[in-house]
Design a protein around this ligand. Structure first.
Ligand code: AHM
Ligand code: MG
Length: 339
């Protein structure tokens, strides 16, 4: 009988589109020296919680999970029910997994000590970003950063374990609950994006080794705050208009960042009169996206320094954020003296 050998697609060296997240994580674990599999398991825990949160979000209009929860978080922002649901789902997944000793969450005032004497990782997370879009069926996201703890495993959690620079991240990513649900993450060896196939309950590699265009024509900023902004940023916005750039602003950082990552563009959240230090939180919003931006060829700055070089002083510290295509962030730099 004549047979035909099956031609396997090995061309992409482990980056074949369609591979499941689980298999991808497993096959890339060996790239880490002394890997014990804990980081891999941690990424799987996050993916599992993301699936559950994705399910809750997709039913948002039907269940009783929309609307305000009736409390404010440490930053004085009104918590939405889905904010709280997502916080519980992710914290539970991280607790059960056993690899994490502490969690910093947008929704919690203090560091959560998971009382896990074996955990060597610290996670900073915004469980559901884009609060203003939760109830109106517009894309929202989850953002996470993973750090190795500095103090010995089993000892009490210290400030140095949680207040680490972004450059110390061992992995970071986001989940976008958009027209499809996507998980995008990096462990410092490129950025890969996975799309969730709900009927199979799996994330599949759909965007291998993502690279952001070095030039783009999208600028993303809440221009409604124009009067509250400094002169430098006003001039930059004016230049964007003169260059004929397209304005796009969803108001969910993950969704705005993701679009610009794929198409090329710059996201700006500057200091304003209301928020002199900007609005975006360093630990669980800016750092993760800055890591991903750099890994995909882009840049991220607060207008003075590289985001990943900022030493955090507080858990819920805010920062101005300018992030996206390299040439656009560099161009913005010409408006700032020390960029
Ligand atoms: P949140 O974490 O409370 O949702 O706030 C962060 C969000 C970002 O997703 C978004 O880019 C920004 O706040 C929008 O702010 P504004 O409404 O001031 O434009
Ligand atoms: Mg947020």
């Amino acid at each position: 009988m004549k047979t035909k050998p099956y031609k396997q697609d090995n061309s992409a060296l482990g980056y074949a589109v369609g591979v499941t997240l689980d298999r991808f994580i497993k096959s890339h674990q060996s790239h880490f020296p002394f890997a014990t599999g804990e980081l891999s398991q941690l990424l799987r825990d996050i993916a599992l919680a993301a699936k559950i949160v994705s399910r809750e979000i997709s039913r948002a209009g039907l269940g009783q999970v929309t609307g305000a929860f009736g409390a404010t978080n440490v930053q004085g922002e009104e918590q939405q029910k889905l904010d709280v649901v997502a916080d519980i789902r992710f914290t539970r997944a991280l607790t059960k997994g056993g690899e994490v000793c502490a969690v910093v969450s947008e929704e919690e005032d203090e560091v959560i000590d998971l009382q896990n004497s074996k955990g060597k990782y610290v996670v900073a997370i915004d469980p559901l970003d884009g609060s203003s879009n939760i109830d109106v069926n517009v894309s929202i996201g989850t953002i996470f950063s993973i750090y190795r703890r500095k103090t010995p495993i089993g000892s009490p959690i210290q400030a140095e374990d949680v207040l680490q620079k972004g450059s110390e991240q061992v992995a970071a990513g986001y989940v976008l609950y958009g027209s499809s649900t996507m998980l995008v993450y990096t462990t410092g060896m490129g950025v890969n994006g996975f799309t969730y196939e709900w009927s199979l309950g799996e994330f599949f590699l759909s965007h291998p080794l993502m690279k952001t265009p070095s030039v783009g024509n999208i600028y993303t900023i809440n221009e409604g705050l124009f009067r509250e902004m400094g002169e430098t940023i006003k001039s930059y916005i004016q230049q964007c208009k003169e260059m004929g750039y397209t304005a796009r602003y969803i108001g969910s950082l993950v969704a705005d960042f993701h679009r610009n990552l794929l198409k090329g563009g710059i996201y700006l959240y500057p200091s304003t009169k209301k928020n002199p230090n900007g609005k975006i939180r360093l630990l669980y919003e800016a750092n993760a996206l800055a890591f991903i931006a750099e890994q995909s060829g882009g840049m991220a700055t607060d207008g003075k320094a590289r985001i990943l070089d900022i030493t955090p002083k507080e858990l819920h510290q805010r920062t101005p954020l300018f992030i996206g295509s390299e040439s656009m962030v560099k161009d913005l730099g010409s408006f700032y003296l020390n960029l």
